[in-house]
Design a protein around this ligand. Structure first.
Ligand SMILES: [Zn+2]
Length: 264
């Protein structure tokens, strides 16, 4: 399968997901119509025609669904996916998803994980098709090196959601909603200074950004080595932030998130 990141607004990513066999495609989180339609034209110029059959929204925030109406209209898309609890908040939503729902884009199987925390209706889309490596679109729940702010949920909810993502096949490639990787890794290095995986991830991210490229994707296995929100039991992180050994993983996550909220 083919995933093309589309830079939108100041630091958002929409994505074009294409089934290589049927040339059917989906747009994930169309923040705004201009860059999405331009990227589609560019893709068609290079790879031949594709038929966009669906929009997949990870959550209701305007910087993820702002282009829904115009993109749906321009491309004649009638299938717009989002969690059922986001009904009324996702423009043009036609499909009301729950945990474990699945559907196809061409011959790609898309499986839905409900991952509340950033918002209550946040979902991840796990896309698989043997023999390809699976991919996951995590919206603003898991970022490379970080996680989203907890706006509608609470730390235990976010912890459960991140653990659901952490348990995916380690080879799964993570495509998230924003290019926050470098600042996330600065925080990761601050809370876990002896972790060499962070040093390596920082070098990789800075090289990519200098070349004007996105840092996505990274794999779930990579994230487990440096993302502090997946490493809530790390003694070094707990020591840096004064989180007691006895604190539960969810409480530790809450404390790490709070520290990140004010980290400069
Ligand atoms: Zn958001």
């Amino acid at each position: 399968m083919r995933v093309t990141p589309i830079a939108c607004l100041s630091d958002n990513y929409a994505y074009l997901l294409v089934c290589p066999e049927t040339k059917e495609a989906a747009i994930v989180d169309p923040s705004e119509p201009g860059p999405v339609l331009a990227a589609l034209e560019q893709h068609r110029g290079r790879n031949g025609d594709v038929k966009v059959v669906a929009i997949l929204d990870t959550h209701h925030h305007p910087d993820h669904v702002g282009g829904n109406e115009e993109v749906a209209k321009a491309l004649g898309i009638s299938r717009v996916y989002g969690h059922k609890s986001d009904k009324g908040r996702i423009p043009k939503q036609s499909e009301l998803l729950e945990e474990g729902a699945s559907f196809t884009i061409g011959s790609l199987l898309v499986r839905v994980l409900h991952i509340p925390g950033h918002t209550l209706g946040a979902v991840a889309y796990v896309v698989s098709r043997e023999p390809h490596v699976p991919v996951v679109f995590t919206g603003d729940t898991m970022f490379l090196g970080g996680c989203g702010r907890i706006f509608e949920g609470d730390p235990p909810m976010m912890h459960t959601s991140l653990q659901k993502l952490a348990k995916l096949d380690g080879r799964t490639q993570v495509y998230c909603g924003h290019e926050y990787t470098e600042s996330n890794l600065r925080f990761a290095a601050h809370v876990e200074p002896s972790n060499q995986a962070i040093v390596q991830a920082k070098a990789r991210a800075s090289e990519l950004r200098k070349a004007g490229k996105p840092t996505v994707p990274a794999t779930i296995a990579d994230e487990l080595t440096y993302n502090p929100f997946l490493r809530v039991t790390s003694p070094e992180i707990r020591k840096t932030l004064g989180i007691p050994e006895s604190a539960s993983p969810a409480d530790a996550l809450g404390a790490i998130r709070k520290a990140k909220d004010t980290f400069k």
